[in-house]
Design a protein around this ligand. Structure first.
Ligand code: IMP
Ligand code: MG
Length: 175
């Protein structure tokens, strides 16, 4: 059934533990009196976002953006287009971008520049996975779940040609 899967990188339990740790850290850092808007990047971040918000112990609003990045290829074009913008007004708010995986960083570079120009109170990035070897631009990441080597992964929301988002674990695709 899953012919493209080579090996499991992180189990369901390892991911759960990491998401709990991230939620605790984020709640502590912002403090209970603050309110944040968490912005998930569709579609990949939807599973991570759904789990992460339930580990945050403070007032949270959520919103989503959709940007074009890879399409059906596995290489970033560097050209980013907003397909769905925010519904909420973020001016003067603490905004936390939630991403599934940061690769070249070009998508988030564009997104952070764009959101910062809307006069937010603060802007931070939380990513479940990071491939630092692949970075093509400067990007400050505030919260990282796991750093991973330069391998193509799927599962827990992350796809290969729109498939495998439903896997409860994160796995490497055959090269
Ligand atoms: P970047 O602009 O190169 O950082 O691309 C980031 C986006 O590319 C992520 O949000 C993912 O949607 C996608 N991506 C990067 N690496 C992988 C991978 O290993 N598997 C699946 N999608 C990936
Ligand atoms: Mg993504």
């Amino acid at each position: 059934m899953y012919n493209d899967i080579e090996e499991v990188l992180f189990t369901r339990e390892e991911i759960d533990q990491k998401v709990q740790d991230l939620g605790k850290q984020i709640s502590e850092d912002y403090g209970k009196n603050n309110e944040i808007i968490m912005v998930g990047v569709l579609k990949g971040a939807c599973v991570f976002m759904a789990d992460l918000i339930r580990q945050i112990d403070m007032p949270v609003c959520i919103d989503f953006m959709a940007v074009s990045s890879y399409g059906y290829s596995t290489e970033s074009s560097g050209i980013v287009r907003i397909l769905k913008d925010l519904d909420l007004e973020i001016e003067g708010k603490h905004v936390l971008i939630v991403e599934d995986i940061i690769d070249t960083g070009l998508t988030l570079k564009y997104l952070t520049d764009n959101l910062r120009s809307r006069n937010v109170k603060s802007l931070k990035i939380c990513t479940l996975l990071d491939k630092p070897e692949r970075r093509k631009c400067d990007l400050d990441i505030d919260y990282t779940g796991f750093k991973i080597p330069d391998k193509f992964v799927v599962g827990y929301g992350i796809d290969y040609a729109e498939k495998y988002r439903n896997l409860p674990y994160i796995a490497v695709v055959k090269g």
